[in-house]
Write a protein that binds this ligand. Structure first.
Ligand SMILES: C[S@@+](CC[C@H](N)C(=O)[O-])C[C@H]1O[C@@H](n2cnc3c(N)ncnc32)[C@H](O)[C@@H]1O
Length: 221
């Protein structure tokens, strides 16, 4: 069933959803407060809520792009007890801070394994933590590498797994709603990534216009 005319969810709808939602865990609020002044990019809170909902029932998760462990914590809070996450980020100084926040949120160390290497190098080196199989993969690191992350992750997916990627609408510059900068390699790569994945017969894929755009791809393998 269609909705009225060209209605697009706006600020009032987001406030309505936030008012109905449980307050974020206090440690998530701490990470939000620390990330902004430090210039550390993290997913929007709305995207965090989607990640938490998608993590339900997903016992093994792989994440590309950790810094302060904000999205990692949303995922961990949504997983079943004992669920595990392998998260990749070359910045060990930031992921050490993330570990402290996860502990303060009551997540046992053994549930989250950090791989401090560039993701493509770590996958190619067959890091044991990345062996899989994974029930959910969350991609949120270098935009020109998204397609390569996906190809590295595919052989590690369990049947029915879900792949999620952030920033795919690139603040309106992927669709052309805002003018694209011809020198923006990330924007160009994201446009190619979106077109490729949404046409890929290995997945049932779509894009949620949440935050900066969350691509969801259900693995049909
Ligand atoms: C947008 S942030 C991730 C935010 C995180 N998902 C969150 O919401 O809390 C992107 C991260 O990718 C990391 N990164 C940069 N190059 C990388 C690489 N080659 N492999 C994996 N991560 C990388 C950066 O250190 C940065 O922390």
């Amino acid at each position: 069933m269609s909705h009225d005319g060209d209605w697009i969810a706006g600020q009032i709808d987001l406030a309505y959803i936030a008012a109905l939602s449980a307050a974020p865990h206090p440690v998530l609020l701490e990470i939000e407060s620390a990330a902004t002044p430090a210039g550390v990019p993290i997913v929007d809170r709305e995207s965090g809520r989607v990640l938490m909902a998608l993590a339900a029932g997903r016992r093994r998760i792989v994440e590309v792009g950790t810094p302060y462990g904000y999205s990692t914590l949303w995922l961990a809070l949504g997983q079943p007890p004992g669920g595990t996450i392998a998260t990749i980020d070359p910045d060990a100084r930031r992921t050490a801070l993330a570990r402290d926040w996860w502990r303060r949120a009551g997540i046992p160390d053994e549930r989250i394994e950090v791989v401090n290497r560039p993701a493509l190098e770590a996958f190619a080196a067959h890091e044991p933590a990345l062996a899989g199989p994974f029930d959910l993969a969350f991609i949120d690191a270098l935009k020109p590498e998204y397609q390569a992350y996906l190809e590295a992750i595919v052989p590690r997916l369990s049947p029915g797994a879900l792949v999620v990627a952030d920033n795919v609408l690139w603040s309106g510059r992927a669709s052309g709603a805002r003018p694209a900068d011809p020198d923006d390699r990330s924007g160009e790569a994201l446009r190619r990534f979106n077109a490729t994945v949404l046409a890929d017969p290995r997945f049932n894929a779509t894009i949620l216009p949440v935050g900066d755009g969350l691509l969801l791809a259900g693995w049909r393998g």
